[in-house]
Design a protein around this ligand. Structure first.
Ligand code: ATR
Length: 271
């Protein structure tokens, strides 16, 4: 039996095993996908285990290891390199290669909102933020991106590390509290994971703006305060559910070459 893992800390809440095991069964693979809670000190051993155990064919990587795992791998996809982020590990001729399907999944979810993305305000400068910038740059290499983080210095440092393809005509780092007008506003912070947690920003200038899309990467809770407030202002809203499902689908495809269907069962797992 082939084995796959998702590693993270904490990991108990992860829905990835339910999704991947459902697909393994549906597409008749004799494979098992498990979660593993690790400490940073365990990363090296875990990577050695994937390397040495012929039955382990791949892994997903989640918070807080998407960046920390990189030094232990043999190679990176170009997207992982540009975003300093790995969420999927594959074995390729005995080498462990890191991929980033968060970035490609986010981009895919923008397909039918591309008309909106003339300008983007990204809130947060954590591990996932470069993947979001990557996705936006695929739509438009030059459009306006504002980056707003509670700790401004962290946003400044992040921008310094980005490749020129991500910078485009420049990414404007704002002071916390400054809220410019943009067509797409993305929350990449962890604020909202606990119900009713709010981002301390004033979005009143977005009142009655149906053209603006507020996008929260969080999908549980389904509607964060960031999104319910936006709905109250008559903005369009979207949560991170499809991004999550598409990153899983793309990871599954990297391992199996199967174009897995995001069917009703898969939606049920997340809902
Ligand atoms: P990760 O790299 O795992 O995404 P992180 O680096 O801790 O985690 O990033 C979390 C993001 O959420 C950061 O942008 C963080 O802002 P700071 O850089 O100022 O810490 C943001 N964040 C967390 N709690 C926040 C809060 N209460 N208000 C605003 N931003 C918050």
């Amino acid at each position: 039996m082939n084995r796959y893992f998702v590693i993270g800390n904490p990991i108990a809440h992860s829905l990835s095993p339910l999704i991947h095991n459902y697909w393994f069964k549906k597409y008749k693979f004799n494979s098992k996908y498990e979660k593993k809670n690790l400490e940073t000190n365990d990363l090296n051993n875990f990577v050695q285990e994937i390397r040495n155990n012929k039955m382990i064919k791949g892994a997903n990587v989640t918070v807080p290891f998407k960046n920390k795992i990189i030094p232990f791998l043999d190679g990176l996809s170009s997207i992982s390199e540009e975003t300093f982020s790995v969420n999927t590990i594959i074995k390729e001729n005995e080498k462990l290669i890191g991929h980033n399907t968060d970035a490609t999944a986010f981009h895919k979810t923008l397909e039918n909102v591309s008309k909106l993305t003339i300008s983007t305000l990204i809130i947060g400068a954590g591990g996932v933020t470069p993947s979001i910038i990557w996705g936006i740059r695929q739509l438009n290499p030059k459009n306006k991106i504002y980056l707003l983080n509670r700790t401004k210095e962290k946003a400044v440092e992040l921008v310094k590390k980005l490749p020129s393809s991500a910078i485009g005509n420049g990414i404007e780092v704002l002071d916390w509290g400054e809220v410019p007008h943009a067509k797409l506003v993305v929350n990449t912070t962890s604020v909202g994971l606990n119900q009713n947690e709010i981002i301390q920003l004033d979005f009143r200038k977005y009142q009655n703006n149906k053209d603006c899309m507020f996008y929260d990467l969080i999908y549980n809770p389904r509607e964060t305060k960031f999104l319910s407030d936006a709905k109250g202002r008559d903005n369009r809203i979207r949560n991170g559910k499809m991004m999550f499902l598409i990153q899983a689908k793309q990871a599954f495809n990297l391992w199996t070459n199967i174009d897995a269907e995001i069917d009703e069962e898969v939606h049920k797992i997340v809902d």
